[in-house]
Design a protein. Structure first.
Lengths: 299, 299
């Protein structure tokens, strides 16, 4: 896969995702050196101590003077102003990418604010993560056999796109390109909506008069179902707002199906219920088989 | 825990739950012998071959002539008529119990139909299971460090109750008693509602125009969230109908909370969203900690 060329890679924000990618790119030999800037000096210090980065930069502008590839890996809310800074003063960077979970909202604002630099900006989103956060939780294998979506458009520099593809391949990920809107709709359905449902369920139960019994007798199925409600509240606040329109549309579609199920239960229509449960099980079983194959690297 | 007394235990229905309990009671020495009847002759044959049971009975009535403890472990839909048969001709049984996930509906019908035998009937529900089913998937450790809810009432024979408690303790479970209605409300909230939500979500996504992309890019969080949608459709049809009222009430409570979340997203109210996400995370983290301790046998 690799042609042996090495790149100087810089991270703006070095937490779970940035740290994991930095480790993977060092391990694979893709990165000749890794530098980072983070507004949290402790995170930078920790990344240096752990050997995840070679150099801590004093500012975004200073970082951009020294790197071939710049990766923005901050929380969603900080992305917009930082990526504009990066695009306005790209330094020697051949490509600039990010890892934000919502792409459309960000991309439209960035292109308006810094049209000149937009060509080397390749919006990206690795479909991988963890309930844990912070650079100490980073893991070189986080992206192995995982997918990364890139959302270039007709203005994107093909060389910049190629370089970002090569970087993610070096981290063990499979890269796929799609349109910005398609990305946001897919992520609303598979990730943002389930998070909202899990938060809403735990919220409803935590406020129930039988709360104590509920949590005392809930078991493994409930733990799996609500795992994503243990995710970072600030991150999910920002994602919910950034992908507001796609999320609301996905939520309304879900509620239509839920209301149909409700009406079948109310009407004691066992046949209709069983049909829905059966086709859902079949779709979910197929998905789980495909995902297991993907994780074993078989697809 | 055990006083060394051994009991002859009989199962009406020998699938995942019956088979797992049979294995556990043999391993612990609680059962001197295990017999079973099942309307599926193949399941009985398999249970004999695997050494899970010692004897296959030709009928429920024949089984009841030979056992001290009778356990009904069939799918929900078959429970009512079988438990009535068992209570009408209890043979030498000192107690009769079941493992159905919904208790109120069944109990009311059974007590009406066979009031004489109702005193030795101790309704039970082990909070343990698996997406797999059938006697071949049975596991002696299935109930270890899991909870079992019993729902006796003022008419229940204390000796029968004591014997059922002792049986579950021998299988490694922690037994707790509560009222029938409380049980059904707790289970609606922690198990039945999450199943309906998972089925509804997969149903909605499977019928989406971007279905292929959705399943291609869904990842581990989605797998956990939808795992319960891989459960047996017939079993969940029956549970949904048997616990209809508690389930609908739990579903409506959830929808109120979901609608509140929706309105905050629509209004871009980040602070209100964050507050809900934060308190949900805190409740869910606490639950997960408690469950982990329980599973390690620390509570």
């Amino acid at each position: 896969m690799s042609d042996g060329t090495q790149y100087s890679v810089g991270f703006v924000g070095i937490g779970l995702i940035g740290g994991s990618l930095a480790r993977a790119l060092k391990n694979s030999g893709f990165a000749s050196s890794v530098s980072a800037w983070d507004r949290d000096a402790d995170a930078l210090e920790q990344a240096l101590k752990l050997g995840i980065i070679d150099t801590a930069s004093g500012s975004v502008a200073a970082l951009m003077q020294t790197v071939n590839i710049a990766v923005l890996a901050t929380p969603t809310i900080a992305c917009e102003s930082l990526i504009i800074d990066m695009l306005k003063e790209p330094g020697i960077a051949q490509c600039i990418t990010d890892v934000a979970s919502v792409k459309g909202d960000l991309y439209r604002r960035v292109v308006d604010a810094a049209p000149a630099g937009a060509a080397i900006y390749v919006p990206g989103h690795p479909i991988a993560g963890s309930e844990r956060s912070g650079v100490a939780a980073s893991d070189a294998a986080l992206f192995e056999h995982h997918r990364v979506i890139l959302t270039p458009d007709s203005n994107t520099d093909p060389l910049a796109l190629g370089l970002v593809q090569k970087m993610w391949a070096a981290a063990g990920a499979t890269v796929q390109c799609m349109g910005v809107e398609e990305h946001d709709n897919v992520l609303a359905a598979t990730s943002h909506l389930p998070h909202v449902l899990a938060y809403a369920l735990v919220d409803a139960l935590a406020q129930s008069p039988i709360r104590d019994d509920i949590f005392r007798f809930a078991a493994g199925g409930f733990r799996d179902f609500t795992r994503i409600a243990s995710s970072d509240p600030v991150m999910w606040r920002d994602i919910s707002l950034a992908n507001r329109d796609a999320l609301l549309s996905s939520l309304d579609g879900f509620c239509d199906h839920l209301n149909t199920l409700r009406s079948f239960i109310a009407a004691r229509d066992g046949e209709a219920l069983e049909n829905i449960f059966r086709s859902s099980k079949s779709a979910r079983d197929e998905f789980a088989r495909d995902l297991a194959m993907r994780e074993r690297g078989e697809t």
